[in-house]
Design a protein around this ligand. Structure first.
Ligand code: ADP
Ligand code: ZN
Ligand code: ZN
Length: 762
């Protein structure tokens, strides 16, 4: 008997699915994963996805019917529905919010609409020319003879035959009209004349919007002895564990091992997802992958437009065809692609904070979600890093994950030598040149002298983090956020890095009227300016959010550096990860202090990872690299560990601290953020929620308190943090939190409040 009801996911933040009845004419054709049109509330029509069919009314009355089935084929498969369901539950949001993050908008047109929606994904079509029908040898000769009088037409037909290698009996092959015009060096009218005569005909064909360079395929490289050992050992660990952590020093050849694992999966007919934390990294690795795996390799990230995203989506969905993708390289959002048959998920640089989505919901951790996705597909997961997250290493040591370690660089090149440059002492001795210590300048000078390249890392963009009146101490702040404005010299503006607000640089202090405003601190822009003064003949480049707004900017800068058109590249954390440059020997870390002093329990772990990562860019091919770390605190424990590349030391130190102060992985954290435009109201509601949660969870609740940045875009912010023991049943805890929030939402005036829940925040 066909089902009578459908539970539907709608793109709204309300938790739960919506039940509709299935009209008779749609019985049998509505299936889980299909897209339907329904009415919610008074007049609003929504596109939604069918999650489940059943015959239970749950006592509901007046169940509305589904209005329309948009297409007969499902848009998402059952594994995706499972994944969405898990994500909504785990990260405490609605399935509709997950769906919004997952589906390219052209596959799920806007929620609110008053007329039936149409499928807005249209593949691009282009004009092609082909032979009007099969011709025999004799016929073709006749035609060519007759065309003697029209040499242009003859030329065009010959060009077509040449391009397609046509011979009678073979298939008719269409050629792009534009290509034929170019090859025959004739005008459009000539082609038209031939089609009028019934010799050629014009067809319109779907073509890809994705511009994919053709690459020549190469066989895989042979693994070194060490790599071979690791490769075999990973595979044998997979027989015991679904998840293996590959802890390999920078340049140990992890990527090459992934490539060999991918090859095996593709041969088995499986799909592979290869995740990276940042778009910038995909540009280099994609070339490495396409070289071996050709056109089954696709890339996915947020820089594609919605049409392109839809096309990539479709190509993953049709995996076993000529145009299908079976290997996807992507950032965290690629988890949502319509995989049906994953065999392996690779999470490279698994420690990276960029895997976490902060806003909007779903606030998911890409690495952890990848593990879940793999589990749904019964696939294996490999987590790779030179400095794993404390959580993952903890899981590896306690046996939850398999652990594979590689301590040697490929080609037995030494890890870079680390030189600590004491900025405090250099300032005292008046040896600093601008923001550069003598050690740094010396190393850069050396490298440039030998025609080698340099990377300078500074984790702040802009020219200087703030400007200040030296007379009275006045600092310009954002009008909407509780943060100092950053000075950007190139555009001569003060910019808020939280909301984008910007304003011309004031000529005088608005507190005391003094005119000598001074810049304080430094960002990438200033470093570039000043290094140019010190090394006027070197070519510099800069890679940060400001220089990479343009869609192809990443690859342009990376290519310029690869081709040595840039000598010194200055950048933020974008340049710290995964990139592989042949001629790069010196890396300078300009200010280790501001990372270490960041007020967060992960600051030390992050600083270590960042420094280890960025130093890993140096000396990867032929020669040992050199890293200069500038700090005012050379005795700092973390700096000492970085100098020795001592990850185990870092882990012991961090694990000890986190146990003592009760942080993950020894507890779970859930953060609730409240926002309100009025400070007093925010305090009021935050206290209500805090009090309510404390009656249930007692001392596990911390706050409410104002975070470091207490106002963004005019919204005041307060947070509550829950630390829950690992042994406690998480689902129950979440339910109780939801109940508290539901009670708060019923308070008078609580409608003006914004509430966000973040599970496993970072
Ligand atoms: P990781 O991912 O650990 O940083 P990579 O896989 O990028 O390391 O390898 C580091 C360098 O060594 C790269 O330049 C890579 O091309 C080279 N390399 C690694 N393995 C091999 C191999 N088996 N044959 C040839 N070159 C290799
Ligand atoms: Zn702002
Ligand atoms: Zn002043």
């Amino acid at each position: 008997m066909p089902y009578r009801f459908a539970d539907i996911i709608l793109p709204v933040a309300v938790r739960g699915r919506f039940t509709y009845s299935i009209p008779d004419n749609l019985k049998g054709s509505i299936m889980p994963g299909t897209r339907v049109l329904v009415q919610l509330g008074n007049r609003k029509l929504y596109s939604g996805i069918v999650a489940r069919l059943h015959n239970e009314t749950h006592g509901l009355k007046n169940i509305r019917p589904v209005m329309e089935l948009s297409e007969r084929v499902p848009v998402v498969n059952e594994k995706q529905l499972k994944f969405w369901h898990w994500m909504a539950g785990y990260y405490m949001c609605s399935e509709g919010e997950v769906m919004n993050a997952a589906l390219p908008s052209v596959l799920l047109p806007d929620g609110v609409t008053s007329s039936p929606v149409i499928d807005r994904y249209k593949p691009r079509e282009e004009r092609f020319i082909e032979l009007a029908r099969h011709f025999s040898d004799g016929e073709l000769n006749d035609i060519l003879d007759k065309l003697r009088k029209a040499p242009k037409q003859e030329q065009t037909l010959s060009a077509y035959l040449h391009l397609t290698g046509y011979n009678p009996g073979s298939e008719i092959v269409p050629v792009r009209r534009s290509l034929l015009l170019k090859e025959s060096s004739t005008a459009s009218g000539v082609i038209d004349a031939l089609t009028d005569k019934g010799i050629l005909s014009s067809v319109s064909l779907k073509v890809t919007r994705l511009n994919e360079p053709d690459t020549v395929q190469e066989p895989l490289r042979k693994l070194s002895e060490n790599q071979q050992l690791a490769f075999k050992s990973i595979k044998s660990k997979f027989t015991l564990n679904e998840i293996v952590l590959l802890h390999g020093v920078t340049s140990s050849g992890k990527t090459e091992i992934y490539i060999h694992l991918i090859e095996e999966q593709l041969k088995l007919g499986k799909q592979v997802l290869y995740m990276l934390p940042e778009i910038a990294l995909t540009t280099q690795i994609i070339l490495r992958l396409r070289k071996h795996f050709g056109s089954v390799t696709g890339v996915y990230h947020s820089r594609f437009n919605e049409q392109e995203k839809a096309e990539i989506w479709n190509r993953v969905a049709v995996e076993n065809t000529d145009t299908g993708y079976r290997l996807i390289l992507g950032v965290r959002s690629s988890l949502f692609l319509p995989f049906s048959n994953l065999g392996l998920v690779i999470v490279d640089e698994e420690h990276d904070g960029s895997y976490k989505q902060h806003d909007p919901a779903p606030r998911y951790q890409g690495r952890d979600s990848a593990i879940m996705l793999a589990a749904i597909h019964e696939a294996k997961t490999i987590l790779g890093s030179a400095s794993p997250s404390i959580e993952s290493y903890h899981n590896a040591l306690n046996g939850k994950y398999g652990l594979e370690t590689m301590k040697e660089r490929f080609g037995k090149i030494n890890l870079p030598s680390m030189i600590i440059a004491n900025t405090r002492e250099a300032y005292r001795k008046k040896q600093m040149v601008s923001h550069f210590t003598p050690e740094l300048l010396h190393a850069v000078d050396d490298a440039l002298g030998q025609n080698e390249q340099v990377i300078l890392f500074q984790n702040r963009r802009g020219f200087s983090p703030y400007i200040e009146c030296p007379e009275c101490g006045w600092i310009p702040v954002c009008v909407q956020c509780a943060v100092n404005l950053t000075y950007h010299k190139g555009i001569n503006k003060l910019v808020c890095h939280y909301c984008g607000y910007n304003t011309p640089v004031p000529s005088k202090c608005s507190s005391c009227g003094s005119t000598g405003l001074a810049t304080r601190g430094f960002g990438t822009e200033k470093i570039e300016d000043e290094i140019k003064i010190v090394f006027p003949s070197a070519v510099t480049g800069r890679m940060d959010q400001d220089t990479t707004r343009n869609r192809n900017a990443f690859s342009k800068i990376i290519k310029a550096f690869e081709e040595h058109r840039i000598d010194i590249l200055i950048g933020t954390q974008m340049i710290s990860k995964g990139l592989d440059f042949e001629n790069l020997t010196v890396v300078g870390i300009l200010n280790a202090d501001n990372m270490l002093n960041y007020p967060d329990f992960r600051a030390h772990e992050r600083s270590f990872q960042l420094m280890e990562q960025v130093s890993g860019r140096a000396g990867r091919r032929n020669k040992q690299g050199k890293v200069i770390v500038q700090t005012s605190d050379p005795a700092n424990k973390i700096i000492r560990l970085v100098v020795r590349h001592d990850y185990e030391g870092l882990f012991r130190l961090q694990a000890e601290e986190r146990k003592v102060f009760n942080y993950p992985p020894f507890c779970r954290m859930i953060r609730i953020t409240l926002k309100h435009k009025e400070r007093a109201s925010l305090n009021h509601y935050a206290d209500i929620l805090g009090g309510d949660l404390k009656t249930t969870f007692g001392k596990r609740v911390l706050g409410p308190e104002f975070p470091v940045i207490s106002q963004i875009q005019l919204w005041y912010i307060k947070t509550l943090l829950l630390k829950i023991e690992k042994e406690k049943p998480l689902a129950k805890v979440k339910e109780m939190i939801q109940e508290s929030i539901a009670r708060l939402e019923k308070e008078k005036g609580a409608g003006a409040l914004r509430i966000a829940i973040d599970v496993d925040p970072n």
